[in-house]
Design a binder for this molecule. Structure first.
Ligand code: ACM
Length: 762
């Protein structure tokens, strides 16, 4: 159940969509925003007779530009060797490193004049200049393209601009991975972090250890879906051969993307340990549970030899300076229970198991350093002491990154708390496809600032970059993969490349994204279509409303309903603001849906408008803290079942925590009743943070999904909460939350969780 907040509801002015969007934008629609863009008068007309002149016609970047012109414009323009001495008579595009000496690494200059386009840059710089130029072409495949005259001087903010793809939880083949790499290249990201190894699957062929892929490349079943506690019973296999890996690495390098392989250790290693159980402290050949991610190598000489052999093959495949060795979420219980580990701790004079992990990572670091490589590890590698040359990827939050920078270690920021985990939900709508149970809202991603203010100017230099991560527990298909990363990858691109002073969410969202959605359509990528209102589900109390839904996707249409059904393309097309006068005591529901020209659909939005007279307070005066509770017997799957269940016991409780009840009753329903005290007259919003296990009524009015607002006068009001919990089956994750979580937003305040003895009385 979700009940959302009317107070957050925004009414937008109507915006007429037309193709002028990019011209209205100071960055001309370019993502990421360039460091400097100066418009000048006139246009350059690109036609079939435009000649492409390149200092190095065989340069891969030049070939990719020619491919773009061929595939996207249907033109086969001539490419010739550039010589500054020869002047051409027609229009020309010059791609050259000449004049790039003063440009910073990866920087470029793009000059568009009426008869000549010049892209100046070397290596990645030339490639990025071409990417910017490509973005200025219209999406429509008209034979001639008019490009605005301008001068762009550009360079990246961060040297490391990353995107991580987990191919362990779900496997994606080479073609699918290349489509991610293409996107990264278009948007100037330069490090593809390939999470090749994890508990559920080992995805890289290692010739010395064939069982890694033969055994570790298969899991027996998958837990996925809204019923995610129930595995599907279908074996799942996949891995890359070494030839395929080389192919991907080359494909990425051609696009100036370095591939950082991740070989997880010491934990998240169940897949390897299924294949080679002798590398565990206590060999256990019975590990079959694909969800187990605490499998940890034993720090024996045999393990180090194994890992060094694996890493030797990995280094042979990946020229990357960085090798990611994981290091996160190690459950060190097996080390605590292992006589070998305990004696090693004593022998090495280590403090504890954290120090043993540090020893483990440092040994691997030493090995990789000796081969000229550097390690990256997740922020837990700080525990027990950082390896001397390690780069830290700060994921649990920013604290690890801050601590590492203060210790003069390089840091890549990718906190799960700031919108950079692309496996998280993109909105609070219950209709979002099943994702990892947190939220990463688009604006949060865009607004993230990777350099923490608490660092000194010197320490800030250690923040070398930023990364978005896609974990794939809930990503079983390419469509879902692309849905999760788009449009968030655009926001990541701008965080990673553009100067903070160039960032502006409003123009980014309302003007610049438009053309990129069109481009995604042209390239057949799936993406999440922004909804017609920012706040997807809401309820408003009042007598008159004007609804002005909005889409920023060129040519997209909005359809709406007034009868509570989710809209279809057969419903009312939105053309002008819709005015509602709601009779006293009545409700209206306005639902919208955005459909793009390519047929992609947004999630529906729902706004309930209720002309509700404020409810007067009850005459209750006893003021006894806590609520009455009645336990009912049963193993419930829906709230309504509580109405027919036999009573168990009852009493007064001063908390909504069910810990005590659960000690004696693993499955139960609870009905709480009493009064809630509200301190002012006004509109109160209530919502619950659980799936379907909680129902709330105030003054006998059920506050259902999408209908959580109620107008109350100051004083006591009746409250009733119905809730059930049940014990998870052995080996599976809990199906519902262990206690009801109910939040109230009083007028002019923020969300506050209700705790029984707090504002609740009996
Ligand atoms: C991680 O998300 N466990 C790095």
């Amino acid at each position: 159940m979700r009940i959302t907040n009317a107070a957050l509801f925004l009414l937008f002015p109507v915006l007429l969509m037309n193709t002028a969007y990019a011209q209205d934008d100071p960055n001309l629609g370019i993502i990421p925003a360039p460091a400097s863009l100066v418009k000048s008068s006139g246009t350059f007309t690109f036609s079939k007779s435009t000649i492409i002149k390149a200092s190095q016609p065989n340069d891969k970047a030049v070939a990719l530009f020619k491919d773009f012109i061929l595939i996207n414009r249907g033109l086969n323009n001539k490419v010739i060797k550039y010589s500054p001495k020869t002047k051409g008579s027609g229009t020309q595009v010059v791609l050259t490193a000449r004049g790039s000496e003063a440009l910073p690494a990866e920087g470029y200059k793009l000059i568009i004049a009426p008869r000549k386009i010049t892209v100046i840059g070397k290596g990645a710089g030339l490639f990025y200049g071409i990417q910017t130029l490509i973005q200025l072409f219209p999406i429509d495949k008209v034979a001639t393209a008019n490009l605005p005259c301008l001068i762009i001087t550009d360079e990246p903010r961060f040297g490391y601009r990353g995107m991580m793809l987990d191919v362990s939880r779900h496997f994606f083949n080479v073609a699918q991975v290349k489509k991610v790499i293409d996107l990264m290249a278009f948007y100037k990201l330069n490090n593809f972090h390939w999470h090749l190894v994890d508990g559920v699957g080992w995805r890289i062929q290692i010739k010395k250890y064939p069982k890694l892929t033969e055994v570790g490349g298969t899991r027996l079943q998958t837990m996925f879906g809204s019923n995610r506690d129930w595995p599907d019973g279908l074996p799942y296999t996949g891995f890359y051969t070494q030839d395929e890996i080389r192919d991907v690495v080359k494909y990425a390098a051609d696009r100036f993307i370095n591939v950082v392989p991740e070989i997880e250790m010491p934990a998240h290693s169940d897949a390897a340990l299924r294949a080679y159980p002798e590398l565990m402290c206590t060999p256990d050949t019975s590990i079959k549970n694909p969800a187990r991610t605490t499998g940890i190598y034993c720090p024996t000489e045999e393990t180090f030899t194994f890992l060094e052999n694996v890493l030797t093959e990995v280094m042979d495949l990946f020229p990357s300076k960085y090798i990611h060795i994981g290091g996160d979420e190690a459950n060190k219980q097996p080390w605590k229970e292992s006589a070998f580990c305990q004696s090693l701790i004593k022998q090495l004079n280590l403090k504890d198991e954290n120090a043993l992990q540090s020893y483990f990572i440092q040994r691997i670091e030493k090995f990789l350093n000796s081969k000229g490589r550097s390690i990256i590890g997740w922020d837990e590698i700080l525990e027990g002491g950082l390896a001397p040359n390690a780069t830290v990827m700060s994921w649990t939050g920013e604290a690890g990154g801050i601590a590492a920078a203060q210790q003069k270690h390089n840091v890549i920021m990718t906190p799960q708390t700031t919108g950079l985990y692309f496996d998280h939900y993109q909105s609070r709508s219950p209709l979002e496809p099943v994702s990892f149970g947190r939220y990463a809202i688009f604006s949060e991603t865009y607004n993230y600032e990777p350099v923490p203010k608490v660092l000194t100017a010197e320490e800030k230099k250690y923040i070398i970059g930023v990364q978005g991560n896609l974990w794939t527990e809930y990503v079983p298909s390419v469509a879902k993969l692309q849905y999760q990363i788009l449009p968030r990858l655009f926001a990541l691109s701008e965080i990673a490349w553009s100067k903070p002073e160039k960032k502006d969410y409003k123009t980014f969202f309302e003007l610049r994204l438009a053309k990129h959605f069109e481009r995604l359509d042209a390239m057949h990528y799936n993406y999440r279509v922004p909804t017609a209102f920012d706040v997807i589900d809401t309820m408003m109390i009042g007598a008159q409303f004007t609804m002005e839904p909005k889409t920023f996707i060129p040519g997209a249409r909005i359809f709406y309903t007034l009868n509570g059904r989710d809209p279809l393309d057969t419903d009312l097309p939105y053309e002008a603001p819709v005015v509602f006068n709601i009779p006293p005591g009545e409700k209206r529901t306005f639902k919208t849906l955005v459909i793009t020209p390519s047929g992609r659909r947004s999630l529906p939005t729902s706004a309930v408008m209720f002309n509700q007279a404020p409810i007067t307070a009850t005459a209750y005066t006893a003021n006894n803290p806590g609520l009455k509770f009645t336990l009912v017997k049963g193993n419930f799957t829906s709230i309504d079942e509580l109405d027919y269940a036999p009573a168990d016991t009852s009493g007064i409780t001063k908390t909504l925590e069910t810990t005590e009840f659960r000690k004696t009753r693993p499955n139960s329903g609870i009905i709480y009743e009493g009064y809630i005290s509200v301190l002012t007259d006004g509109i109160y919003n209530f919502y619950t943070a659980t799936y379907n296990d909680t129902q709330l009524s105030i003054d006998n009015i059920k506050l259902n999904e999408n209908e959580g607002a109620i107008s109350l006068l100051k004083g006591y009001h009746k409250i009733k909460i119905k809730y059930f919990y049940n014990a998870p089956a052995v080996g599976v994750r809990r199906r519902n939350t262990p206690s009801p979580r109910i939040y109230m937003i009083a007028p002019g305040t923020v969300d506050k969780r209700l705790v029984a003895a707090d504002v609740l009385f009996n």
